[in-house]
Write a protein that binds this ligand. Sequence first.
Ligand code: CNA
Length: 237
Amino acid sequence: MPGDLQQLVDQARHIVFFGGAGVSTESGIPDFRSVDGLYHQQYDYPPEVILSHSFFIRHTEEFFRFYRAKMLCPDAQPNAAHNKLAEMEKKGKLSAVVTQNIDGLHQAAGSRHVCELHGSVKRNHCIRCGRFYSEDFVRNSTSVPHCTCGGIVKPDVVLYEESLDEEVISDAVREISRADLLIVGGTSLSVYPAAGFLDLYRGNELVLINKTETPKDHMATLIIRQSIGHVLGQLHI
Ligand code: CNA
């Protein structure tokens, strides 16, 4: 692990971590854009079309077939990256995790302050009466999951064409803008508005831990092209 990262972490007091699907690949959840990611598999429609609001409305059954098969990974466990971030928060080093992930693994590792920009598969609500349903309810459903009132049960996941939750945005903006070290990792930084949150950072040091290049590499003062679980796992807190 680069000593520079350890030094930056030692000096910082309000670390914020901003991450994406690459944080969970070491837990066995495929990301979108790696070679073995979902964008390189063949479906009748591209994943960004299936995971859009209009597709959900027009082809609800097909949406849920893809969603149950590809977006739910009930057996996935937190990896060294999730665990280290939770430990950093517990020890007062890290203020928040801002994630594009919907898998709930940061909370499973013990992180408490998690801004889930794109929602979570762990929460589902009836679009008619608002009743809550678990991930298991949706996973065990066949065809389209329905509430007792007859409404469709929709995952609390922000689909393409949908807007982000206002409260989550405010929380993420507040945390990033007052951080003194921003660690960004496991994200292609190609999905907006999420990637634009980096522009709110006012600190001097930005660490980017990502296996491949991103459009925001120029913002980083330290770039580490290694697996994020391996890198964060070696930090001493
Ligand atoms: P992405 O566009 O798939 O990019 C992932 C990035 O992570 C790529 O640049 C990879 O090179 C990099 N990467 C993969 N594995 C590692 C690793 N072990 N260490 C370091 N780098 C790695 O994913 P983004 O999050 O940027 O895109 C945003 C989408 C993906 C969001 O809307 C998510 O909701 C969505 N997504 C989430 C999950 C999840 O919740 N686990 C899974 C798949 C997709």
